[in-house]
Design a protein around this ligand. Structure first.
Ligand code: ATP
Ligand code: MG
Length: 180
């Protein structure tokens, strides 16, 4: 599975619709301090269902919405759409191109979509489970992540290995069943 493109609209420092296309190979984002590089990785984290405002470098969820500048008014919602190349079939029962979308309004209302169809956050979580890409997957390695893996408790480290081995959905299903 590969990232194809990322479209942000009203997300943090991107008030206008901004699309980034990722070619084959490595993509590097360069730019001066404060130009929005980390906001791009925040957008990927966020569209995958991140709920921790701390991981998104904010204090409340509203902080992901463009907050205005001296020249531009604040916006009412943030939207991010991530397009994935699934031609290797990592996401079973899905087409070669898969899109996930998240929208968040200042009112606190959230919307999630998979291939344009409204879904719950849980469905996004389940879609990426065992692929390593989810909001708690190991594909996004942030600053300090390696340190936290090394110093993690055994149970937490085990979760990482379970995700890599592709078996975390079984634990998830069992937990779900036990809760019912
Ligand atoms: P560095 O090289 O220092 O890591 P960076 O390129 O990663 O910088 P970011 O942290 O992505 O920069 O971007 C920070 C900028 O984004 C700041 O100027 C901040 O004001 C702006 N920003 C963050 N949230 C919002 C928001 N909700 N509305 C408008 N601007 C925002
Ligand atoms: Mg940065």
């Amino acid at each position: 599975m590969l990232l194809r493109s990322l479209e942000m609209q009203g997300f943090k420092s991107f008030p206008d619709k901004t699309e980034l296309n990722f070619g084959k190979g490595i993509t590097a984002v360069v730019g001066p301090n404060g130009s929005g590089k980390s906001n791009i990785s925040d957008a990927v984290r966020w569209v995958l269902g991140e709920t921790s405002t701390k991981s998104l470098r904010g204090s409340k969820m509203e902080d992901v919405i463009f907050g205005g500048t001296s020249k531009r008014k604040a916006l009412g919602f943030a939207q991010v759409m991530l397009t994935l190349d699934n031609s290797d079939g990592t996401l079973k029962d899905h087409d070669e191109i898969v899109t996930v979308t998240r929208r968040y309004y200042r009112s606190g209302e959230s919307e999630y979509k998979i291939d344009g169809e409204s879904v719950r956050r849980k469905d996004i979580h389940e879609l990426f489970m065992d692929t390593g890409l989810g909001s708690d997957g190991y594909s996004m390695v942030g600053q300090g992540k390696i340190d936290s893996i090394i110093s993690a408790k055994n149970e937490d480290r085990r979760e990482l290995f379970e995700e890599a081995a592709g078996i975390s959905r079984f634990r998830h299903k069992r937990k779900d069943a036990e809760r019912r």
